[in-house]
Every structure is written in C-alpha cells, then in structure tokens.
Design a protein around this ligand. Structure first.
Ligand code: ADP
Ligand code: ADP
Length: 223
C-alpha cells in the first residue's frame, strides 16, 4: 500500500561554476493514509524535496513513483494532469482570496474544474463544516483569524479530493495554541478522508504531530 516511492533521488543546482547538492541520494516510501513530516533545518533540502514530489521540479537523478506513475518521466502537460488528479496543497500563508468568503474560496478551484455552481457550493459547505467553520462560511478571508483562514485552506485542499496533500510549514504564521488545534484538525480530517499528508517543517515539536518523520540534513536522510 505504498503511495510514494523515492529511489536514489538527487537534485543539483548549478550556481556559478559550483554545484549545490540540494538532495543527495534519498530513498524512502510513504504509505497510503500516512501523515508524514519532512523535518530538518533551514537549507537542508525540504522545499526542494516537496517540489520534486509535487512534480513542480525535475530531479537531476533518481526515481519518484507516485500512485504507480514515474513522475520524473512526465512532460509538462502530463504533470499538470498528474497534479490535478493527485495533489493538493496547504500553504503557510493560506493563499486565500481576501475579499472572497470562505465558501467562495473553497469553491473556486472546483469552478476551474468545471463543477457547476450548486454542486461546488454544496461540496465547499460540506468541507467547511468538516473543519468546524459552518458558521463562518460567508465571512471574508480578511475577517477571519489566521487559524480560521488555515481551516479554510484545509477545506479547499480536501474539496479537490486529491490522494496526497502537501503542507509546507502550514502553521508557520500561527501562535502555539492555534498551531496545536490546526495540526490536530489536519491529522483528524486527513485520516478520516483516507488522505496521505506530507508536511514540511523545520520544527521538531510540529513534526511530533505526524505519525512518522523523515529527517533531512544537508540533502540526506539522517536518523
Ligand atoms: P529548505 O527547504 O530545507 O530550507 P531548500 O530545499 O530550500 O531547503 O534548499 C536546499 C539547498 O538547495 C540550499 O542550499 C539552497 O540554497 C539550495 N537551493 C534551493 N533552490 C535553489 C535554486 N533554485 N538554485 C540554487 N540553489 C538552490
Ligand atoms: P493547474 O493548471 O491545474 O492549476 P498548476 O501547475 O498551475 O496547474 O498548479 C497545480 C497545483 O499546484 C495547484 O493547486 C497550484 O496551487 C499548485 N502549485 C503550482 N505552483 C506551485 C508552487 N510553486 N508551490 C506550491 N504549489 C504550487
């Protein structure tokens, strides 16, 4: 039941005449339904890894098999289709449209997929309820707290029904109490929905909320 398999993954960046080894030979598997933290200090390669897994950047060497597909072999159009089918994102800065309501924010990506208005509002409302924001459905982004905005971000990711959700420092702008609440919520809804959740963080305490951690130091897995 492996959803992501990474083998011999390298990423080099050429800077002037030098090569930076951002990822230096990674091997790991992630199972379906796992909540996995990718943890490590700043500059260790976490964002680079996330970008590879999401098909936003190509590896220099190695293989990434996600849901049975070799994503390092896909072209741009195939990658767009791959992300559309498989991948959702939760952002550190929430990325809500501030002048739109919670429900409009969750429904928006469904509009771009051609889901008719009644259907997409129903789906958006369902996921807002799931994240505890039923009453705030009509509040504008800028009228909500950071914690509420991130709940909308979680609902938006889930509403697209991806297999895998990537969250890059999802609580980076939240206070300690709200961080705990949002992480518990992510853990709960993601496991109930049977999603695989991959969270990047530099903070070990935040990684503690995950079922499992992959620690990266200088582009290598460290135990
Ligand atoms: P983290 O997310 O853990 O902070 P990154 O993946 O952003 O780490 O960076 C890993 C290493 O790769 C760092 O040394 C960084 O400077 C380098 N790096 C990342 N992106 C690029 C790029 N586009 N060009 C050159 N070097 C890069
Ligand atoms: P589409 O045409 O389906 O919107 P995109 O390639 O624009 O395809 O984006 C697919 C998904 O990847 C979207 O959910 C988008 O928000 C996300 N995405 C695109 N670029 C980035 C990025 N640099 N970092 C994180 N997520 C991104």
């Amino acid at each position: 039941n492996i959803v992501i398999k990474v083998s011999g993954l390298y990423k080099y960046y050429k800077v002037g005449t030098q090569y930076v080894h951002a990822l230096d030979g990674l091997d790991f598997d992630i199972k379906k339904g796992e909540f996995c933290a990718i943890v490590g200090p700043s500059g260790s390669g976490k964002s680079t890894l996330l970008n590879m897994l999401a098909g936003l950047e190509k590896p220099s060497k190695g293989e990434i098999v996600i849901a049975g597909k070799h994503i390092e072999k896909l072209n741009e159009n195939q990658l767009v289709a791959f992300r559309r089918e498989n991948v959702g994102f939760i952002f550190q800065s929430y990325n809500l449209l501030q002048t739109m309501s919670a429900v409009e924010n969750v429904a928006m990506p469904l509009m771009f997929r051609g889901v008719p208005v009644k259907k997409r509002l129903a789906v958006a409302n369902k996921y807002l309820e799931l994240v505890g924001l039923k009453k705030q459905a009509n509040q504008k982004g800028n009228a909500m707290s950071g914690g509420q905005q991130q709940r909308v971000g979680i609902a938006r990711a889930l509403a697209m029904n991806p297999k895998i959700i990537f969250a890059d420092e999802p609580t980076g702008n939240l206070d300690t109490k709200t961080t705990g609440e949002v992480l518990e919520l992510m853990k709960d809804v993601v496991s109930k929905a049977g999603k695989t959740l991959i969270m990047v963080t530099h903070d070990n305490h935040i990684a503690d909320f995950a079922d499992r951690r992959i620690r990266i130091v200088d582009g290598k897995i460290s135990d």
